[in-house]
Design a protein around this ligand. Sequence first.
Ligand code: 1HN
Length: 367
Amino acid sequence: GRALQPGRPGRKPKSEAKSGAKSKDGNGGRNGDRQAYYERLSKYDMAPLWVVLKDIIPDEPKSVCVPAIWHFKEVKPIVMEAGQLISAKEATRRVIVLENPALRGQSRITQTLYAGLQLILPGEIAPVHRHSPSAIRFILEGEGAYTQVEGEKTIMAPGDFVLTPNWCAHDHGNTSKQPMIWLDVLDVPTVNFFETCFYKHYDTEKQNTRLDHEDSLLRYGSGVLPDGIEMPKHLSPIVNYPYRRMRPILDRLARAGDIDPRHGARIRYANPLNGGWVMPTMGAHLSLLPKNFKGKPYRSTDSTIFVCVEGRGATRVGGKTLEWGPRDVFVVPSWQSYSHVAGQESVLFSISDRPAQEALGLWRESE
Ligand code: 1HN
């Protein structure tokens, strides 16, 4: 590996270049000594820091992931094919993973987040289970399938944002007449980075429904809270933030001129208990880009997954132009400057690991 090399390829520390100017290896003949030393170190599972210092402490983030887009029109037929090859039950979850082109084989769309397109056909059930990774679903196509989270059933429609926090039991079923496709985003790479993943399978297919459709939205999302009940505050108790309730808020902001020059008229999905992010590891926004929007460039340390919900536009990032339309999914890597343009009024959903970065004191942004 690299620790056995005398220095970073193609670069020599200044001091060495000077002092060894006249020697054969440009290094006072020390390269051979060093090489031998590194080899001896290696036998003890040790390595010299100076060889890797610049790589492990870059001046600023150099994301290993790349900007990428999945056009729904192109990938939908391939996702639908999976419906003929395997049942939701056999697969446990019939999902096609979106892999960042620079991270193939690692089941991730960014270094910290997993994303996939889940297909559930009419009549199918995805059996109940729970795990320590937290999940969100963002509904792309179809209407009427349900998910149940800790006993609360919610019937999903396009644009709905559904939470399945850490260790909550969840199962899905499609009682509608059409296939449904949604985007799953999970913090799996983060949870596995910390080596904290647990999973529990149940022998029953479905959990008992204890709470009606939208119980948690009506109970906690109406400007009042149940009095005198102690609740954990690090995550939102709301299961589904329905698009039909969010979309009119964007219109209100836009009409009032509350339009951020970089993000458009944007709302943050909030935990009604404390105004914080919906979950500790993942946070989400919904933004409206008015017709002929030309966004100012922006960058932040959270790699961000976007979904176009309505409209059409493009995002400039890292020398690329990602042109998006309805249900397209695209990703912007950490600390790469991006800007949105939209010829027509458009709506973008986005989700990132920002809450985790903020909790660790790491998150930064700049113009
Ligand atoms: C999971 O539980 C679901 O419940 C979807 O729908 C995708 C990817 C990795 C691990 C668990 C689901 C998943 C997942």
